[in-house]
Design a protein around this ligand. Structure first.
Ligand code: ZN
Length: 211
């Protein structure tokens, strides 16, 4: 988690990391009861699963110079080695940090962030990608006691906090939402049509028009 003392700065950082970066980022911002923007905001990033982290950290797990027809065997053998390593070793000692979607880290930190922001009424979350849904290949599953997928988790967060209004703003459509012409409507329906939760696709093209 990174903290910024200006929402503009946080959003600029979010846009910067949206280029050529497969990691998902989430920026948590607040507005007070008087509609004034809270300057403090919080940026979270996704963490890959333990296997992917190990491959990046250990050069001997990186597959190179393998003929195409042996590739699958090499990948399978590597997975066996990774599983053995993780079964035996302490993940923390191996340098592995807990995996999770950016939204999960955000939700985990939510109460702390609200306490720092003070006098919160509106919550706006900016995402590089739309939240995952249960129809995606790997919906988020790392937050104990919370439902599968980040869309369902935001629905639960909004249900837990009827005193706030949540807007989930996203730059790109993720996974099964790709090609969907009404992603806002789809996410709203999937999240149970809650009165205090909205999803907004931020269209990049054409660039933000000014009057
Ligand atoms: Zn997710």
């Amino acid at each position: 988690m990174e903290q910024f003392n200006s929402v503009q700065e946080g959003i600029a950082e979010l846009h910067k990391r949206n280029t050529g970066n497969k990691k998902v980022h989430a920026l948590l911002t607040f507005q007070h009861n008087n509609h004034k923007m809270c300057k403090t905001c919080f940026l979270f990033e996704s963490k890959e699963d333990a296997g992917a982290q190990l491959i990046k950290a250990y050069v001997q797990l990186q597959i190179s110079n393998v003929p195409r027809n042996e590739m699958q065997a090499a990948i399978d053998a590597r997975q066996v080695a990774i599983n053995a390593e993780l079964a035996e070793g302490d993940p923390a000692e191996l340098g592995v940090v807990p995996e999770g979607h950016a939204e999960e880290f955000l939700i985990d930190y939510f109460d702390t962030a609200v306490a720092i922001a003070e006098d919160v009424k509106y919550v706006t979350v900016y995402l590089t990608h739309s939240p995952c849904t249960t129809t995606d290949r790997k919906p988020s599953h790392s937050l104990h006691g919370w439902p599968l997928s980040c869309t369902a988790k935001f629905a639960t967060l909004a249900a837990n906090h009827p005193e706030y209004f949540f807007s989930i703003v996203f730059l790109k459509k993720f996974g099964t939402l790709d090609g969907n012409d009404t992603p806002q409507r789809t996410l709203k329906t999937l999240s149970g049509d809650r009165a205090n939760l909205a999803f907004i696709e931020l269209k990049k093209e054409p660039p933000y028009e000014r009057p």
